[in-house]
Ligand binder design. Structure first.
Ligand SMILES: Cc1ncc(COP(=O)(O)O)c(C=O)c1O
Length: 374
C-alpha cells in the first residue's frame, strides 16, 4: 500500500472524504430545489474520481469537444455540450454524444441548427448583463463580452429552434442574496421566453459549499423560480464541487535571500497552479501560521521572475527537503497543467475514504516529449 511519506513531489492529493462532504451539500441542494446538477469539466476533469461523484450529480457540462467526449465516456448521465465557437467538425464530433447542445450566439445557432436539430435538445447562451465576479477577467457581463446573446438581440422566433437557455454570470459567488437578485432580474427580463422553454441552465460559480452558505435559501429560490416558469433548472457547478478537496504537495528545493527569504519549491504556478498567477490569488500553505516569526516567499521553480505561490509565515525556519501542502488546489489546476520549462509534472493521487491511496496518474520525460512531437 502506498504511504504518503514515500511519494515523490510534486503531486496532487485529492481527498475523497472532502469530496463526499461537498457532494452531500450538492445532494441537499438538489433535493430542496428540484434542480439538476451537471459537473463543469472545465474546472475539474480528473476522471479517476468520477465513480465517487457520479451517484450525486446528473451528468457533465463542457466547454470544448474533448470535454464532451470525456463526460460521455467517463461520467455518463446527461452530457451537455457548450462551446464559445463550434466548427462544423466540432459539431460532427459532439452531436452523437450530447443530450443538449448549447450555442453561444445566434449566428452559431443558425449555422448548425439544421445539422443538430434532430440529435439533441438545443439551447442558447444568454448574457443577462449582470454578474457577480470578483475580477474583470472572469466577468461574463464585462463590456464587449462575447459570451452569450443580449436581450436586445433576441427575437421570439428563437423559440422555434431552442428548448433551453443557459446563463452563466457568477464566479465564486458566496452571497445568496446577490444571486437571488440576478435570478429575479432574469425572471422579469426573460419571462416571455422562460415560460415557453423546457429547461434553463444557470451556469456555475454559485459557492453553495462554502462554510455556512444558506443552501436552503438558495434551494427555495430555485424551486420557486422553476414553479413560476414551469421549467427544469440546471446548475453547472465546478469549483463548488471540488473546493478544498486537494493539496498540491511540493518540496523545498532551495532557500535564497534578497532582502526577503524565498523558499524555492519543485513546482510553478505557471505550470501547475495557473490561476494563482492569472488572477493574482496567493495560495495558502497548510504548514504556515500567518503572523509567525519566519517570513518566506514561496517561490516557484520556473524561470518567470514573478512566479511565486505566496508570501507567508512559519513558526520555525523552513528546511530544504521539507514538504509543503498548497491547499485548495483541485479547481482549474489539473485541467490547466502544462510542461513549461520541462518541469516535472505533478502526479495525481486519490486518498480514499478507507485511507488507501490510489494512483490516478504519474508522468515522466516521455510524456513531456510526446506533447511536442512523435
Ligand atoms: C458556462 C460555465 N458553466 C460553468 C462554469 C463553472 O464555474 P465554477 O467552477 O465557478 O462553478 C463556468 C466557469 O467559467 C462556465 O463558464
Amino acid at each position: 500500500m502506498l504511504q504518503k511519506q514515500n511519494l515523490n513531489t510534486p503531486y496532487f492529493m485529492i481527498n475523497e472524504q472532502a469530496l463526499v462532504n461537498n457532494l452531500e451539500k450538492a445532494k441537499q441542494l438538489k433535493e430542496i430545489s428540484g434542480a439538476k446538477l451537471v459537473l463543469a469539466l472545465k474546472c475539474f476533469s480528473t476522471w479517476g474520481t468520477f465513480d465517487t461523484i457520479k451517484p450525486y450529480l446528473d451528468g457533465t457540462t463542457s466547454s470544448g469537444p474533448y470535454e464532451v467526449r470525456l463526460g460521455h465516456e467517463k461520467f455518463g448521465g446527461e452530457t451537455h455540450a457548450y462551446s464559445v465557437g463550434y466548427s462544423h467538425a466540432d459539431i460532427e464530433a459532439v452531436k452523437p454524444l450530447s443530450d443538449k447542445i448549447i450555442f453561444n450566439s445566434l449566428s452559431q445557432l443558425n449555422a448548425h441548427y439544421d445539422n443538430c436539430k434532430d440529435s439533441a435538445s438545443l439551447g442558447l447562451r444568454i448574457n443577462p448583463e449582470m454578474s457577480v465576479a470578483g475580477q474583470d477577467l472572469a466577468n461574463p457581463a464585462r463590456p464587449y463580452s462575447r459570451l452569450g446573446v443580449k436581450q436586445t438581440l433576441l427575437e421570439s422566433t428563437v423559440l422555434d429552434k431552442v428548448d433551453g437557455f443557459m446563463f452563466h454570470m457568477n464566479c465564486e459567488n458566496k452571497d445568496v442574496d446577490a444571486f437571488i437578485n440576478i435570478l429575479n432580474h432574469i425572471s422579469t427580463t426573460f419571462a416571455e421566453y422562460l415560460n415557453k422553454l423546457s429547461w434553463l441552465s444557470l451556469g456555475g460559480g454559485i459557492f453553495f459549499t462554502y462554510p455556512d452558505y444558506p443552501i436552503e435559501k438558495l434551494g427555495e429560490a430555485l424551486k420557486a423560480f422553476a414553479a413560476k416558469h414551469q421549467i427544469q433548472i440546471y446548475l453547472e457547478p465546478g469549483e463548488a464541487i471540488i473546493t478544498r478537496t486537494a493539496d498540491l504537495v511540493v518540496s523545498v528545493i532551495d532557500i535564497v535571500e534578497n532582502d526577503k527569504k524565498t523558499a524555492i519549491v519543485d513546482s510553478a504556478t505557471e505550470a501547475h497552479r495557473l490561476d494563482t498567477l492569472i488572477y493574482n490569488e496567493p495560495a495558502s500553505v497548510k504548514e504556515a501560521n500567518e503572523g509567525a516569526e519566519h517570513n518566506y516567499i514561496i517561490g516557484s521553480c520556473s524561470c518567470l521572475a514573478g512566479d511565486q505561490f505566496c508570501e507567508t509565515q512559519f513558526d520555525k525556519p523552513l528546511e530544504i527537503g521539507q514538504k509543503l501542502h498548497l491547499v485548495d488546489s483541485a479547481g482549474y489546476t489539473m485541467v490547466k497543467l502544462n510542461w513549461f520549462n520541462g518541469l516535472k509534472m505533478p502526479s495525481i493521487y486519490f486518498e480514499k475514504v478507507d485511507g488507501s491511496i490510489e494512483v490516478l496518474n504519474e508522468f515522466g520525460y516521455e510524456d513531456f516529449k510526446a506533447t511536442l512531437g512523435k
